[in-house]
Structures are given as structure tokens and as C-alpha cells.
Design a protein around this ligand. Structure first.
Ligand code: FNR
Length: 341
């Protein structure tokens, strides 16, 4: 199967399998404060994410590139929406463009459309230092995401079967690059153990990217005859993955995996994330509502986060972390058994 066809399959199956809403974020219930003591104008949406240069607590997470004109159009639209709303954007894996120069345009369009915006490059953990340097240069990236996707690869009929040496390669890339490195999952979550291993490198940030949104085991199963059904319910739900990361990593923690609205974003920030990435939900809006509709959605999301922060009495993103909340159900059970109370 051609790479272009696989990229389009991923987009189409991501849209059709949708978001499974199993993030456990609903287990977080804020305790209403009738005297919040602040007003809407007091709220700042700018997170503290160090070198990542984020102006908003939400960003467009890695999706696509390298699949021909359709992915080029989609990336151009996402880039214009990111520029218009002042949010950061990650491109999809650039490995295709490292292997075939003709594929570069669909990534470089993102920088062309948004010359001064914050843009993250993206590669898998099989990448070498040279490839990482080239990926950053290709789009003048402000940071490089390195994705971990073992379960996706195992479910993918033509996927990788060997995962040795990834941590060493990541450590070497983080040392060599002049821009921050973000290590992310792709919807199965990062555990405390993995976060600790990454904390011992110079990686600047980790993105928990938990279970409960786009499900790459379901997507890859759509593409194979004999299904690996056991992987469809595999992974750390996003709410738990954020806490796992916060307890293992001392620098910036990003949240993603199934975030759809401001309620999800604010709960993720409450659990310890510094900012939040959205992929599948923005893809759905881009395809169903078009560019203007996506821009309205992002502006609406900012407005809603501001409203929720006002109700919580939180002037800054950091203040959200101390907002009183009760944790219920499966999330509570997970946190107790993992010793995170
Ligand atoms: C992705 N994702 C992804 N991640 C990555 O690091 N490199 C990539 O190339 C891709 N490709 C990709 C394609 C499509 C169509 C989707 C929907 C997603 C994963 C993405 O960044 C994110 O980690 C997961 O999708 C979970 O977040 P959502 O989609 O539930 O918000």
C-alpha cells in the first residue's frame, strides 16, 4: 500500500471510528465556588511552558502531511486556523518527507501559511540525530515532537516489530537539537515509569496522549483482516496518564487524547497538564465545518476556558491546579492503586 493511501486511510478511519470518550476526565468534578473573587478580564490564557512558546493552553496536535494534495490542503487549512487564533500546531510524522523530497511541500506549507507561528515538527522514535536536525530545518520548527506508537505499529500489518534503543536515540536527539524536544504517545498514554526514564534525558516536555479519544488500534484493525481486538481497549485513559506523567516528569507535561471541549481541557489542566493538544476533534471540525468553522470552534474554546477559569477563581493556567475538585470512579481507583493520592 502506498504511503499516501495510508495517510488518507488514517484520516478517514479517524473520522469514522471517532472519539471513544473513555478518557476518565468525567471522573473529575470541580467543587463550585460561589465567591470566586475574580472577573473574566482577570484571566490569562497564556500557559507557563518554558521554551515551548505557547500563547494558548490548547494546540493542534500532530496529524498529517506527506499524503499528496489532500493532506497539503488540510495542513494549509489547519495552519491558517492556527495563525488566526494564535495557537501552536504540530505537523504529522515527517519521515515521509525525509525519505522522499517531493513530499516536503505538504509540511512546508504550514510554515509558509504561518511564518511567525509556533510549529512543532514530528518524527518517530526510530529517527536518528541527523534526521531530527533535518526535520527541524525543513519547517523551521520551534520544537520537535517524537512520537511513541508501539501498539499502533504492532496492530499495523506492515508496522515495526522491533523497539530496542528508542530511549537512547531520544536522549541523543534531545542533546543535539537547539530546539526543545517533546516526547508524545499517540493515544495509549505515558506511564510514570516511562516518564521517569524520559526525565533522565534532556527532553523538555512529554505529552501524555492517553486512551479515550482517537484509537489507533481500532484504526489499524480496520485495515487488517485478522483483528487484534485486545489492543482496542489497551492504554492508560488520558486523565490517569496525565497524573502518571506529572508524577514521573519534572518539566512540562502536555495532555492529549480525546479532548473535545473546554471542560475536558480545564480538567486536564487541573490534573497537572501545562497545556493540551487536540487532534481528532479539530480534524472533525476542519472537515465538517471548513476553515471558518474551525476558527470559530477554536475561538469558542478559548472563550469557554476563560469562563470556566472565572468560575473557578483561577486567574492563570497554573491556578487551575489548586482549584478544589473531587475525583471519582475508575480514576480514583487507578490513582489509589498506583499510589498517587
Ligand atoms: C494522529 N496522531 C499522530 N501523532 C504523531 O505523533 N504523529 C503522526 O503522524 C500522527 N498522525 C495522526 C493522524 C491522524 C489522522 C490522527 C487523528 C492522529 C496522533 C495524535 O497526535 C494524538 O496523539 C492522538 O490522536 C490522540 O489525540 P486525539 O486525536 O484523541 O485528540
Amino acid at each position: 500500500m502506498s504511503r499516501a493511501k495510508r495517510k488518507m486511510d488514517h484520516i478517514n478511519y479517524a473520522l469514522s471510528t471517532g472519539q471513544c470518550r473513555a478518557t476518565w476526565l468525567d471522573c473529575v468534578r470541580f467543587v463550585h465556588q460561589a465567591l470566586p473573587g475574580i472577573g473574566v478580564a482577570d484571566v490569562s490564557l497564556e500557559p507557563k511552558t518554558g521554551d515551548l512558546k505557547l500563547k494558548s493552553p490548547v494546540f493542534i496536535n500532530a496529524m498529517t502531511g506527506g499524503g499528496g494534495s489532500e493532506t497539503l490542503q488540510l495542513n494549509a487549512m489547519l495552519a491558517r486556523a492556527a495563525k488566526e487564533t494564535g495557537i501552536a500546531m504540530a505537523v504529522g510524522s515527517q519521515m515521509a518527507a525525509l525519505k522522499d523530497k517531493q513530499e516536503r511541500e505538504s509540511y512546508q506549507i504550514v510554515r509558509k501559511e504561518n511564518p511567525n507561528g509556533t510549529i512543532f515538527g514530528n518524527l518517530g522514535s526510530e529517527a536518528t540525530v541527523e534526521q531530527a536536525l533535518e526535520a527541524v530545518e525543513m519547517i523551521e520548527a520551534d520544537a520537535l515532537q517524537i512520537h511513541l506508537n508501539v501498539v499502533q505499529e504492532l496492530t499495523m500489518p506492515e508496522g515495526d516489530r522491533q523497539f530496542r534503543g528508542a530511549l537512547d536515540r531520544i536522549a541523543r536527539i534531545a542533546e543535539a537539537l537547539h530546539v526543545p524536544v517533546i516526547v508524545k504517545e499517540t493515544g495509549f498514554g505515558i506511564s510514570q515509569e516511562t516518564a521517569v526514564a524520559l526525565d533522565n534525558t534532556q527532553v523538555a516536555a512529554i505529552d501524555a496522549s492517553g486512551f479515550g479519544g482517537t484509537n489507533f488500534a481500532s484504526i489499524e484493525n480496520e485495515r487488517r483482516k485478522r483483528k487484534l481486538a485486545y489492543f482496542e481497549d489497551w492504554g492508560i485513559p488520558t486523565a490517569a496518564a496525565i497524573v502518571e506523567c506529572r508524577n514521573g516528569f519534572s518539566r512540562t507535561v502536555l495532555a492529549s487524547g480525546g479532548l473535545q471541549d473546554a471542560g475536558d481541557v480545564v480538567r486536564a489542566l487541573r490534573l497537572g497538564a501545562d497545556a493540551a493538544g487536540i487532534a481528532g476533534s479539530f480534524l472533525k471540525h476542519a472537515v465538517s465545518l471548513g476553515e471558518a468553522g474551525l476558527i470559530d470552534e477554536i475561538n469558542g474554546l478559548h472563550e469557554d476556558v476563560r469562563m470556566l477559569m472565572t468560575a473557578l477563581g483561577a486567574c492563570t493556567i497554573e491556578d487551575i491546579r489548586s482549584a478544589p475538585a473531587v475525583i471519582n470512579g475508575e480514576l480514583l481507583s487507578h490513582l489509589k492503586q498506583r499510589g498517587f493520592e
